[in-house]
Every structure is written in C-alpha cells, then in structure tokens.
Design a protein around this ligand. Structure first.
Ligand SMILES: NC(=O)c1ccc[n+]([C@@H]2O[C@H](COP(=O)([O-])OP(=O)(O)OC[C@H]3O[C@@H](n4cnc5c(N)ncnc54)[C@H](O)[C@@H]3O)[C@@H](O)[C@H]2O)c1
Length: 466
C-alpha cells in the first residue's frame, strides 16, 4: 500500500497536487529548488497563488513537509511526481532543461535506494521526451534499469488555474503513459485512492500519452476558434446570434456544449503553447498539422481584427477602457491574455487605454503599465472612456447597468465580447452597444443575403432602389 508521495516542483500545479494528496491522507514530501517555496510549505503556507490552496495546506500541515533535497524525497517515499517548468522554446517545442536536472537528482537517489521507486513525469512534454530524453538520465545516474528496479510513467493532469485542486481530485479521466505494466498499475492504484469521483483511467504507451495531452488542449483551441468563426458569420446574418447557434450545436452529442461560446480568443499558460507544440512535433515528423496552425494564426490575429474594427469608431487619441486583463475571470494570470494584447495594440495606435481587472492587485503588471493606465475601479475607467471593451465574463462586469456607462460623452461605445450586458445595454440611449457574434445591422445583412440569392447590388436593395 502506497502511503508516501513526493512532489518535485512546488509551483502552481505541484503545490496544489501535494496539498490534494495530503488532503486524501497521504504523507507528502514536496521538493523545490526555491528556498522560499520550501519554507512556505513547512510553515503551513502556500508558496503560490491558487484558489483554496492556503486553506488545504494549512489544514494538512502535519502531512506535508518540504525540502531542497531530491534525495530525501526519493528515499522516503514510494512514488515521485515531477512537475517542473517546461517552457516553450523559440521553435515552439518544450524545453526539458529543468526536467533533465530534476531527473539527474532523482536518478542519483534511486541509485542509493533499496526498494522500488516509481517516477511520474507530470510536466507537459512532447512525444518521445520521456523515453528518449529523460529515461536514459535515470538509468545512467542510478546505474539501474527501468522496469526492473524502478518505474516510469508520463501522467499529465487536466486542470485549470483557479480550480486546480478540485479539477485534480475530480477529473474526467486519468491519463497514464507507462513504461511497463507495473509502473502503470502502481500509479493507477494511487489515483484510485486519490480521485474522489471514480474517474476511469486511460493507460497506454509513454508516446501515446504525450500526444494525447497536447491533443486535448489543441482540440479545445480548435473548438473555441470554430465558435469564434461562427460569431463572425452571425454578425453578417439578419437576426444572427451565435449563442442560439452554438447552444443547438452543443446539443449534438458528437460536439458537446463546452468551450463553444463564440467570443474572444483563448489565452493563458497552456492552450496557446500546446497548440503550437503539436504543430512543431507534426512538422518534425513530416506530418502536416495545418488545422492546428490555422487555429493558432486565427487566434493570434484577434487583437489586430479588433483594433481594425474599433479605430474608425473612436477619436484619434481618445480614451478606451479595457475591462478584463487576465485571460479568464478569477485569475491573476495575464499570459497570452487577449485583453492585454488588445489593450497594447490600441495604445500602439495612439489611443489612451485605461484598464481594470478585479484581480489586478495580484497581477504582475510592470510591462503592461508602460502603455496602459491600470485603475483601481471600474467606475474610474467608465467615467473617462468613450469606448469600453469587456474582454472577460467576470461577474463584476455582468453586474454593471446602463447608468454605470453614463459619462461626459454623448455616446459611449460598448464592445461586449461575451454578450453579458446585452439585455441591459441594447437600445439604451447614450450607448452604442456592439455585442460580438450578434447581427449589428439586420437591414444591411438582409440586403447582402438578398444580393447573394438574387444577384442584385446590396446597396440598391438596402435603400429600396432598383
Ligand atoms: N499551471 C497549469 O495550469 C498547468 C496545467 C497543465 C500542465 N502544466 C504543466 O506543469 C508543469 C509545471 O507548471 P506550473 O504552472 O506548476 O509551473 P510553475 O512555474 O508554477 O512551478 C514550477 C516549480 O518547479 C520548481 N522547480 C524547477 N526546477 C526544479 C527542480 N529541478 N526540482 C524541483 N523543483 C524545481 C520551480 O522552482 C517552481 O516552483 C509545466 O510543464 C506546465 O506546462 C501546468
């Protein structure tokens, strides 16, 4: 029976997993190269910012310790989860430099250990990394053989920042890439004791698991981008409404409802880079991944598309407010955030950009503040802006009313990417409401369709002239 688990890398994912294991009754040793992270955990505090993590670590203080020593962790536990950074390199591949270093230390410790130890790589890597790049390090440093003396798995978690612990404990399934049957079964036993929802496991080779991980995120980015394309089309249809279309689409069991909300593009630390990495590995293997490449190109063109549309509608040098700087609500993460990309581009085009995010106090905003004025309240933003862009469906923005948008400007343009204020702002005097994915001009849209089917110029039909 496995009772002791080590987690190598106490970052956002690792610290959350360590806490979740402890909450489920395991003794956990966390390892990090950062003394502050180690000290924080030993004091019963969280080393990183993540929902509920401080409470879970504090409540399970007696079951979690942390150390700088990989050796102590390996010698005193049965299984090690390795969750160190794998940053994207210039080619779009994931760098293994941190993982290689961790595997060296783990390998050395396995060399000194008497019993079996299972090593589970959780960091996101490309197909081939675990077997071809990291396994030889373990064997070389330990002088032992995988499958005989120690186990090896690749097992990423499917979690979202802001709900890591809950997602980890309640996954749709667990993905287990295994070097051999014994390592996979050993890990499966840990998961079945930890996961609270009886999730099934998918066990497979290391390479298939590595591909599955990046495919899932790439598939989701494709789905998001498909819904965004439908939003663009809906804007050109009389009565077009992307929510009506995607709601019905999602009822088809083959498609499903999730991540099918036409809006702004995706961002954050995983989706964009996993998509690019899939294209990279495909190219390297001589396979075309044009679907993934097109998705990435479409997503990266969103800020330019928004700027092109907005600039003619705002005075040169005018003030625009961007509500939402994180890549999603309840997150302080601004990595690859569409709100930030749009704000920066508008500023580059000579507009004055003010911004607000409910979590801006927790954000690293040094770079952003160079071009954008980040304010402390929505009210301050709205009082000066002649155009307002709502980039995340944050509850704080959903609560706004028409009165909140009144200021010295005769008319305020509101671009609502998530259509969260449609009911409150559509047809309100003093507000020009632009809901993304909604028909903006039914007459012009009808005329365009009429021209398509009857071959008459749209202009003459729109104006009633023959
Ligand atoms: N955060 C997410 O949402 C998420 C989701 C899925 C997958 N992942 C993947 O998980 C991995 C880790 O992501 P993260 O967000 O937790 O990273 P992070 O940067 O928050 O944390 C990584 C931690 O590892 C530590 N570290 C680096 N080298 C080490 C070593 N040799 N030994 C011990 N500790 C070491 C760092 O000091 C840091 O505390 C990445 O591959 C990432 O792609 C992350």
């Amino acid at each position: 029976m496995i009772e002791r688990i080590s987690v190598i890398g106490l970052g956002k994912l690792g610290a959350s997993m360590a806490a979740a294991f402890a909450q489920r009754g395991f003794d956990v040793i966390g390892v990090d190269v950062n003394q502050q992270s180690v000290d924080a955990v030993n004091q019963g505090k969280t080393p990183v910012q993540e929902t509920d993590l401080d409470n879970v670590i504090a409540a399970n203080k007696r079951r979690i310790t942390a150390t700088l020593s990989h050796k102590d962790a390996v010698l005193n536990t049965d299984i090690s989860f390795v969750i160190v950074p794998t940053p994207s390199d210039d080619r779009g591949a994931f760098s293994l430099q941190y993982a290689e270093w961790a595997f060296k230390k783990i390998g050395k410790a396995i060399g000194e250990k008497k019993g079996y130890h299972n090593v589970v790589l959780t960091s996101t890597v490309l197909p081939g990394s675990t077997r071809q790049a990291l396994l030889p390090i373990l064997e070389m440093e330990s002088g032992k053989r995988a499958g005989k003396d120690f186990g090896l798995c690749y097992s990423p978690e499917f979690i979202a920042l802001g709900s890591i612990i809950n997602d980890f404990l309640n996954p749709d399934f667990t993905l287990i890439g295994e070097f051999d049957e014994r390592s996979g079964k050993h890990l499966e036993d840990v998961y079945s004791a930890v996961m609270t929802n009886g999730a099934p496991s998918a066990r497979m080779s290391l390479e298939n698991a590595e591909l599955t991980k990046i495919s899932i995120n790439t598939f989701v980015t494709t789905k998001i981008t498909f819904a965004n394309m439908l939003a663009d089309i809906c804007e050109k249809l009389p009565g077009g409404n992307v929510d009506v279309v995607t709601k019905a689409l999602g009822m088809d069991g083959r498609i499903g409802r999730e991540y099918l909300t036409g809006s702004i593009g995706y961002g954050g630390p995983c989706f964009p880079r996993d998509n690019v990495a899939l294209s990279f590995i495909a190219r390297e293997l001589g396979v075309q991944a044009s679907l993934a490449e097109t998705t990435d190109t479409a997503n990266r063109s969103i800020a330019a598309k928004v700027a092109e549309r907005l600039l003619p509608m705002v005075r040169k040098g005018g003030t625009v407010a961007v509500l939402g700087l994180s890549y999603k609500p309840f997150s302080h993460v601004t990595e690859e955030s569409q709100g930030v990309y749009i704000a920066q581009l508008l500023s580059k085009h000579g507009l004055r950009v003010v911004a607000y995010d409910p979590m801006s106090k927790e954000m690293a905003l040094e770079d952003i503040r160079r071009n954008i004025v980040v304010l402390d309240s929505i009210e301050e933003c709205l009082s000066q802006a002649e155009a307002v862009l709502i980039t995340t469906p944050d509850p704080a923005f959903k609560d706004l009313t028409a009165a909140d948008f009144k200021n010295d400007w005769a008319q305020v343009l509101v671009v609502d990417f998530w259509r969260i204020l449609r009911e409150k702002l559509d047809n309100v005097s003093g507000v020009k409401y632009l809901g993304i994915g909604l028909s903006q001009d039914d007459a012009a849209n009808s005329a365009r369709l009429k021209q398509l089917w009857w071959g008459q110029p749209a202009d003459s039909l729109h104006t009633g002239k023959q």
